[in-house]
Design a protein around this ligand. Sequence first.
Ligand code: HEC
Length: 127
Amino acid sequence: MKRVALVVSLIALAAPVMSQAAAPAGSLDNGKLVYEKWCLPCHGSRVDTGFPGTSNALYPGAAALAVKYKGTQPPLLTDRTNLTAELVKTVVRNGISAMPRSRKTEINDAELGDIAAYLTQKKPKSK
Ligand code: HEC
């Protein structure tokens, strides 16, 4: 009886791990979703809609990168072609300058892998 209980509890423990492992690694679609939720509010840009009070403007992360690279790199991360997965992961986990770090409880490792795949994909990026 004890052994049955042990086996049952081991299965219960393994189930969440197994379902996570079943998710496809480096999913571009999921990377886009997670990026738009967590990163775009800082790394995006506002488009002039023509309504009073609106104008084209870079959000803080994009504006900071425009200042940092002075036109040698595009301000939007989705337009960059020189990002590496390692850089993206390191910056997200540690933060950089005014950018706060993200915890694993906010963006887990699988989601971060998807963001890195999305930002480092070779084909032309959709914005
Ligand atoms: C609160 C605003 C904010 C959020 C949210 C944010 N960033 Fe940033 N990010 C910044 C700022 C500001 C910088 C520029 C820091 C500097 O001056 O070096 C930056 C820089 C970066 C860089 C460095 C690029 C380079 O060439 O130096 C990467 C990569 C990056 N962010 C990725 C991300 C990703 C991926 C996310 C989402 C998980 C994210 N950021 C969310 C504000 C933000």
